[in-house]
Design a protein. Structure first.
Length: 67
């Protein structure tokens, strides 16, 4: 189940693994790697948004702010 604004939605499936470039840690490159759930709203399948990046971006918000 995914809970959005207090409403529960069933999980439809999970997207394939996605990778976001994050701030470097000393001299090492850092990445966030996750499988994001997709859920059903009415008769539509919607991907859950992630708090660390804008939709369709491959870099985290913190890395974007640093640039």
């Amino acid at each position: 189940m995914v809970i959005i604004d207090g409403i529960s939605y069933p999980i439809y499936d999970y997207r394939s693994v996605r990778e976001w470039r994050h701030l470097d840690l000393w001299q090492y490159k850092s990445y966030l790697v996750a499988r994001i759930p997709r859920y059903i709203v009415g008769n539509k399948v919607v991907s859950l948004g992630v708090p660390w990046s804008a939709p369709l971006e491959r870099m985290t918000t913190l890395l974007e702010k640093k640039r």
